[in-house]
Design a protein around this ligand. Structure first.
Ligand code: ZN
Length: 300
């Protein structure tokens, strides 16, 4: 199995030059040498990445440690044991026997690849490698990770986050309370606020809004929040353990989503053409898809 690898990438499908991003599939762990898919990560993707890294590293001693970010260039973790790898929202925490945690975040472009020792690395050019961690039988290589830091207090990096929507013990009432705290905000933007509810990205906010018939620009105060949060959670949990992100239940190409990445295509419920526009201000503006008939604006 020397050629076996696992990879999760998290780049926009529109980014040129790194393989064909296919709408409807997310970055995923692959066992073959095929090109990985590319997409902005959501909490379910990060959860899956954390699970794969955990399976590869947990309970094992690090025999290789190579940080290629300036602030950690002189740090070595060799000799430490990886206790576990956990995801919190879109953050990954690799917990170490010294009590420290390696905190990484994918943002738009990051990737973790897993290789057998001696296998060629295929995640990108060498200068894009940010961190390498190796145990006896696995090497984990982090590419293009915008956040790589060692922390002793995890709350300093994830303490601000709202409840993690994909976890078993998720508390919808706390998420609703945090969302409702800013009643005039547009619901489409509020759902992306990781301080209110952690883990929701562009795909699931748009699909949940469609399924609830809520316009993305509606003020939070006009929305029945708990069912909306529960729909997003249900969609994400349904996709936790496999690579494809279907919200319709269909895994057939082009049928996986209700509105996401379907500009000007007919709505699956009413036939109206799906609208597309940016929501929010640059640089945080997010491309937004909705059905103008199923999700009418509050102003009519
Ligand atoms: Zn419609």
């Amino acid at each position: 199995m020397s050629g076996a690898r696992f990879a999760v990438t998290a780049a926009r499908p529109s980014d040129a030059g790194r393989g064909a991003g296919r709408p409807g599939q997310r970055p995923h762990w692959v066992l073959s040498g095929t090109e990985e898919e590319e997409q902005v990560p959501e909490g379910d993707t990060v959860w899956l990445a954390g699970r794969r890294l955990h399976e590869a590293l947990a309970g094992k001693e690090l025999v290789l440690s190579d940080f290629r970010v300036p602030q950690l260039a002189t740090v070595s973790l060799v000799g430490e044991t990886v206790l576990e790898v956990a995801s919190v929202g879109k953050h990954l925490l690799t917990r170490l026997s010294s009590g420290r945690s390696l905190h990484t975040h994918f943002r738009m472009d990051g990737t973790w690849h897993l290789y057998s020792p001696g296998s060629p690395w295929r995640g990108g050019p060498d200068h894009e490698v940010r961190v390498v961690l190796g145990v006896a039988d696995r090497v984990a290589v982090g590419y293009r990770l915008p956040v790589v830091e060692l922390v002793t207090d995890e709350s300093s990096v994830v303490g601000h986050l709202g409840p993690d929507i994909v976890t078993e013990g998720f508390d919808p009432s706390e998420a609703v309370r945090r969302l409702a705290a800013d009643p005039d905000r547009e619901i489409g933007m509020a759902l992306l606020d990781q301080r209110a509810v952690a883990g929701i990205g562009n795909l699931y906010r748009l699909e949940a809004l469609f399924l609830r018939g809520v316009n993305p620009w509606a003020p939070v105060s006009s929305v029945d929040l708990e069912p909306l949060v529960q729909v997003a959670r249900k969609l994400m949990r349904a996709n936790l353990r496999h690579a494809q992100q279907s919200t319709t239940g269909s895994m057939r190409r082009g049928e996986e989503h209700w509105v996401f990445e379907r500009p000007r295509k007919p709505c699956r419920r009413c036939g109206t053409r799906i609208s597309v526009a940016d929501q929010g201000e640059p640089p945080r503006a997010r491309i937004t898809y909705w059905c103008p008939r199923c999700q009418p604006s509050v102003a009519g």
